[in-house]
Write a protein that binds this ligand. Sequence first.
Ligand SMILES: Cc1cc2nc3c(=O)[nH]c(=O)nc-3n(C[C@H](O)[C@H](O)[C@H](O)COP(=O)(O)O)c2cc1C
Length: 359
Amino acid sequence: MMMMTTTTLSKHGFQEETFTASMKTPETLASPIRIDGGKVVLQSQVVLAPMAGVTDIVFRGLVRKTAPQSLICTEMISSNGLVYSKKWDAHILKKNSEDNPIAYQLAAHQEEIITQAAITICEKHQPDTLDINMGCPVKKITGNFEGCALMKDLDLASRLIKAVSSNVNVPVSVKFRLGWDDNSKNYIDFGQMAQDAGAKLVTLHTRTRSQGYKPGVDWEAAGKLKQSVSIPVIANGDIITPADAKFVIDTFGVDGVMVGRGTQGEPWRIALIDHYLKTGELLPEPTLVQRLAYAWQHVAGMVAYKGEGQGVREMRGQLPWYVKGFSGAPAYRAKLTQVETVAEVDALFIEILEIANKS
Ligand SMILES: Cc1cc2nc3c(=O)[nH]c(=O)nc-3n(C[C@H](O)[C@H](O)[C@H](O)COP(=O)(O)O)c2cc1C
């Protein structure tokens, strides 16, 4: 059945090779991002955000097809979960030999636990950097005094950063927000604390915890943070288009940008932005057929990775993101949230391809 769709896609003019080739961006940066005195050197100013349930090994592989130079983050990994379960080969930790440069992101609230998780991950998976999540707003996480709750306790946050950075050989970074809420925006103090504790890069999600994901990012804050520390600063929050990225970098002087939701159902977006920043050339967005080809590879990868039942079920949340830009798309998006098997995905894709061919 999987073969059938590949054939169907070629019959409908699928030209994935041409598409990805046009987005390959071997250009290097005039000023690469040097982390920890050059221990890690990034030739791209665009970073893929950590996204739980999204940035697994399969999605990262799709992003890397066109953005091989970008730093890519894993999903958030619970240090407690790992250390107590001892599942050091869990799906969430898996990477392959092409999956670099990669940042493994840890959540934690105890020094001994995060240290053990960090050391073992470095031994078993060789990440390029380790990131500590100090920005997650979700109650289940903050209730455990992890994620953004750490912005309320700089002493504990500092001890966690010191514990990791003094026990591993890779650079440690920290991702955090403007603060807990509007009345406690402490991102400057927090960034300086992170640097003093040993962080070699910081990423600022330019919202407070209480904002969640609501509109109203403060990109200028990332520029203020950049002025206050000497390590690289990455700006994050609502950066979607190549123009957004260029504006944030040029206007606020940050070292790079991190893109999250803009890549959902669009794994090529990191490359589009990277290519524009390096060359000034705006590449065309992929056609519907090319989007479906990506979606198909995403499904095939998940099935190969997790088996058909789980792989297809996990794709229910992501498949609809690929399907837009034609009349009737909402109905297909709804149907894709119900799929159980590869055959059902295949049948729906064939119907969509027929529509694409007629339009
Ligand atoms: C589905 C989803 C999962 C996320 N998971 C994580 C995570 O595991 N770790 C983390 O630091 N941030 C996580 N985030 C936050 C993103 O990394 C990013 O900071 C946020 O989405 C803002 O960037 P954006 O506007 O480009 O999406 C998640 C966001 C989304 C939408």
